[in-house]
Design a protein around this ligand. Structure first.
Ligand code: SF4
Ligand code: SF4
Length: 410
């Protein structure tokens, strides 16, 4: 027993050193060692499902697609060098390709097409519209094929899946031409109910739910269903509004951060590991807006030692207890308020855009999205009847939050 324990300790120390070396290297890079970009890309490690080599990215089987994807996925980053760095660190799945300026041909050119996977957002359920959007995005990307066509939060009710068949016809047509391979779905509204129906329909190969420490029990059921049906899961919004959203209870946060320091984790890393630890979760996709977060977030995909340590129930409880105490105004996008609202105010979307603004600092995008809400359904048209507040299972102060959101987003 004792010699096993010593061997284990040596392995642990070795992994610890590997992790520190990675962080040191990452800091050097962030400080300006840009010359390394791309030079290591061709030497990216082979992708092995469940790979757990210390200091190297872990990969997991992405459900029935059979693909092996990095446990940390990236996308929506502002600068091309960020993509190069993420690729160098082992990220092999790119989210929202063709929808943003990056990544485009300048990133993909010269890279082995088998070394990465990607998805593209589709914003319409209409067959011709979906094909047109896909073809445009494909051209933007410079790729010949985008692995996943992703239906992006378009359903308002589970019945919509069967009602709007155009999107499936568009997918079949593009798949026949070899332009895509799989269909996935992201959903912000009534997430658990609608994504469960998507899985049960058998039409989707992967899902992208919002999932974090605030998620209600039905979201855990959804992840369990996905696992049972062998549908891959990439979790979004795992940081639950970003760093600034977690400043509300600074004293409690300081104590929690001290707790995670023992495991050499930042709060953000602990949140990402929390999700990766749930059976059925394939990967997480944090919104990365700068190099510091890039290095921190991607490091979560490394080093199985800290992942297994984090699995300890005490750490999990610390995080969930913390969440409980700062969650009084975190919207879970369950939609219950909207189902009773006489004015059809887009409450969940408005609160999500407010988070983009104040949590992630993504101000331009937040304002653009808010402008896209039909004027009759924006926060200005709330008549303060407060029916929504009575319906909200989390007792959010919806009316005051709507006023606040409108003042920053309008
Ligand atoms: S208070 Fe505003 S958002 Fe809430 S139910 Fe009434 S009109 Fe709708
Ligand atoms: S405000 Fe409350 S009821 Fe409305 S979507 Fe958010 S969590 Fe659900």
């Amino acid at each position: 027993m004792k010699s096993n324990s010593n061997t284990h300790q040596k392995k642990v120390v070795k992994k610890e050193i590997d992790r520190r070396q990675f962080i040191k290297k990452a800091c050097l890079y962030t400080a300006g060692a840009v010359g390394t970009i791309g030079s290591l890309a061709s030497g990216q490690q082979p992708v092995v499902s469940g790979s757990s080599v210390p200091g190297k990215m872990m990969y997991r089987r992405f459900g029935r697609t059979g693909l092996n994807i990095s446990v940390v996925v990236a996308g929506e980053m502002d600068f091309l060098p960020m993509y190069e760095r993420a690729y160098e660190l082992g990220v092999n799945y790119w989210h929202k390709v063709g929808n943003f300026e990056h990544p485009g041909p300048e990133f993909f050119n010269g890279k082995d097409r088998d070394s990465f996977h990607c998805d593209m957002v589709i914003d319409t359920l209409d067959k011709e519209g979906a094909i047109a959007q896909f073809e445009w995005g494909l051209k933007q990307s410079g790729l010949e094929m985008i692995d996943f066509m992703k239906v992006h939060s378009l359903y308002r009710d589970p019945k919509d899946i069967k009602k709007y068949s155009g999107i499936f016809k568009a997918f079949d047509s593009l798949k026949k031409k070899g332009k895509t391979r799989f269909l996935s779905v992201a959903q912000h509204y009534k997430t658990a109910e609608i994504l469960a129906a998507c899985i049960e329909s058998g039409l989707f190969d992967a899902i992208q739910p919002n999932f974090n420490v605030f998620s209600p029990p039905e979201m855990f059921d959804l992840i369990g269903l996905a696992e049972k049906q062998d549908v891959g899961v990439i979790c979004k919004k795992v940081l639950a509004g970003g760093d600034r959203n977690w400043q509300r209870n600074s004293e409690r946060r300081r104590r929690v951060e001290q707790e995670f320091q023992k495991s050499q984790l930042t709060l953000g890393q602990a949140l990402l590991k929390w999700a990766l630890d749930i059976p059925g979760v394939t990967a997480v996709v944090p919104l990365i807006t700068n190099f510091k977060h890039l290095e921190e977030d991607i490091a979560v995909g490394f080093d199985t030692k800290t992942l297994s340590r984090f699995e300890a129930q005490s750490n999990r409880s610390t995080l969930e207890d913390f969440a409980e105490n700062v969650s009084s105004d975190y919207c879970r996008s369950c939609g219950r308020c909207e189902s009773v609202c006489p004015q059809n105010i887009a409450v969940a979307d408005i609160f999500r855009y407010e988070l983009y603004f104040s949590g992630y600092g993504n101000t331009k995008r937040a304002r653009r999205l808010y402008r896209e809400i039909p004027v009759d359904h924006n926060a200005l048209h709330c008549d303060s009847c407060r029916d929504c507040e009575a319906a909200c299972p989390h007792q959010l102060p919806i009316v005051s939050k709507l006023h606040q959101a409108h003042s920053i987003l309008a």
